[in-house]
Design a protein around this ligand. Structure first.
Ligand SMILES: Cc1cc2nc3c(=O)[nH]c(=O)nc-3n(C[C@H](O)[C@H](O)[C@H](O)COP(=O)(O)OP(=O)(O)OC[C@H]3O[C@@H](n4cnc5c(N)ncnc54)[C@H](O)[C@@H]3O)c2cc1C
Length: 488
């Protein structure tokens, strides 16, 4: 017995990963669970990322939970609608009673004797749990590089992930550092407001047109019919899945379906040859996340927008702005950091101690690895949603999250139904799986495309991506292999 509040399952994080876990636990008849969320609101990515222009880049009927269709207003919806959708998920599945806010998990330790996880929460009493489902998100730890003088800036500065409510950029002199997916959404959304905009680009990204459409009322009504929604979802899914052929098997296909449209758009929308050159990536398309936008290049062509490439990058941040490598001083009111996330080495931000005092960060010191991207030998009853090599560049992350749920629920059910206390993958199974992942990765554009992306960990290995078709991953998750596990 323990003096701590004890749960059957503790879910850490309330984004789509935590929501999918909660929905599936309820479906299994498990009600004794809690969702711990460090923030003062539940919902994850789409409640946190409130920057102007924030929108999904996977078609909404696919970027949604399979058990929660929705009458979307457009194909690629913007953040406010995703936030509404998230609230609708919480309400439909009655998840709020399970959520505890302002609960940042800072430590988790497996206690062999009690066969329980002891979970330390910042400023709150510790709790125990039989199972942990970690759903802390692959892109929830924003990173700001340590630019010299960063803390001396006296104007306003923030990461896109922490966009201040009610800030006005009207007639402000603004710099944005970074030119990836978030920057490509922010820049067109603020360009009309600002007095001037300096864009600091480490490397140019490939950008393809965004095939967005608004759904008229009648189409939204059709989306309310289950089989119509299902059909559209399938069509989008299989359409996107063909992209893997390009990413992994054929550079010609990649060029035909992505490279050519990207080049066409660049050539059409950027007429200045020097700017076009600066905006042309020097790696194979697909190596970094492909950006979808029709408005980025027109925004970059505006007279009050200036582009700073690595040749003339940031020398230092000064109290009044930015000094560039060639000695130019930019006076600024606002600096926006669009500098991304720690998606690989910082995958789990708190210390996790498994059997025999093993530390997860030591096990992962070479690079993060997990059986089915979900569990690790010596860490019993610990499941990682969107763990190592579960990212997907060509389709919806929610598809992968739901695939993982097939595996997690089968593992948990097996332990409960057979009156066992713990489950973990064997070392052999985990090694076999990880070796397979990295061997398959060698063929992909993420490995061979000549770029250094956030998909790679410090080891140089691609950690963020699954190297293949998402239905293959789902099939592996569905086929629960007892012999791959140690059950106690
Ligand atoms: C700006 C942006 C755009 C994106 N666009 C797309 C897209 O178009 N298509 C796509 O497929 N994917 C996209 N993604 C990826 C996105 O992360 C996934 O689609 C999905 O939302 C992940 O859900 P999650 O629950 O795993 O993580 P999150 O939604 O990040 O939720 C994690 C939650 O865990 C909480 N948490 C973290 N650490 C702790 C802790 N120690 N204790 C307690 N709580 C904790 C966080 O506060 C957060 O609420 C995007 C991500 C970002 C940031």
């Amino acid at each position: 017995m323990t003096d701590f509040l004890d749960y059957q399952v503790v879910v850490i994080g309330s984004g789509f990963g935590g929501q999918a876990a909660a929905i599936n636990l309820k479906k299994q008849g498990i009600q004794d669970f809690v969702i711990l969320e460090r923030r003062d609101f539940a919902g994850g990515t789409w409640l946190q990322n409130r920057y102007p222009g924030a929108a999904v880049d996977v078609q909404s009927p696919l970027y949604s939970l399979s058990s929660m269709p929705y009458q979307w207003t457009q194909m690629f919806v913007t953040q406010p609608e995703l936030a509404e959708y998230t609230q609708a998920v919480f309400n439909t599945f009655n998840l709020h009673p399970h959520v505890k806010l302002n609960q940042e998990v800072v430590d988790a330790q497996w206690h062999e004797q009690s066969q329980r996880w002891h979970i330390t929460i910042k400023g709150c009493p510790s709790i125990t749990a039989r199972f942990i489902i970690n759903a802390t998100g692959p892109l929830s730890m924003p990173v700001i590089p340590n630019f010299p003088g960063k803390d001396n800036f006296t104007g306003t500065s923030f990461h896109t992930n922490n966009w201040p409510d009610n800030i006005s950029l009207k007639d402000k002199k603004v710099a944005i550092i970074g030119s990836g997916a978030s920057a490509a959404q922010v820049i067109p959304a603020i360009v009309d407001d600002v007095a001037s905009l300096a864009v600091f680009q480490r490397s140019a990204h490939w950008i393809i047109p965004r095939p967005d459409i608004k759904f008229p009322k009648w189409a939204q009504q059709l989306l309310g019919i289950k089989w119509v929604y299902g059909l559209l979802r399938h069509a989008i899914y299989w359409g996107l899945e063909t992209r893997v052929i390009g990413f992994k098997y054929s550079k010609r296909v990649l060029n035909l379906f992505a490279g050519a449209p990207a080049r066409r758009q660049l050539n059409k929308q950027i007429t200045d040859p020097e700017l076009r050159q600066q905006l042309t990536p020097d790696f194979t398309i697909g190596c970094k996340r492909i950006i979808l936008s029709n408005t980025y290049y027109p925004a970059m062509s505006r007279n009050h927008v200036s582009l700073f490439t690595q040749d003339n990058g940031i020398k230092q941040i000064t109290p009044t702005g930015i000094e560039t490598a060639d000695g130019t001083s930019l006076a600024l009111d606002v600096i926006i950091y669009s500098t991304g996330y720690d998606a690989t080495d910082g995958l789990i931000s708190y210390p996790v101690t498994g059997q025999n005092g093993q530390q997860l960060r030591h096990v992962w010191s070479d690079y993060p690895r997990a059986y089915l991207g979900t569990c690790v030998p010596d860490f019993p009853n610990y499941f990682i949603v969107t763990g190592p090599n579960t990212g997907i560049g060509h389709t919806s992350a929610i598809f992968v999250i739901e695939a993982q749920m097939h595996y997690i629920m089968q593992a948990i059910n097996y332990v409960i139904e057979h009156n066992q206390s713990s489950i973990q993958p064997t070392k052999t199974a985990e090694t076999r799986y990880t070796d397979m992942v990295h061997k398959e990765m060698e063929r992909t554009v993420w490995h061979t495309g000549g770029c250094n992306s956030w998909y790679k960990s410090a080891s140089g290995k691609v950690i963020a991506m699954f190297p293949g078709f998402s239905f293959v991953f789902k099939r592996m998750c569905k086929r629960f292999k007892l012999s791959d596990h140690n059950i106690q």
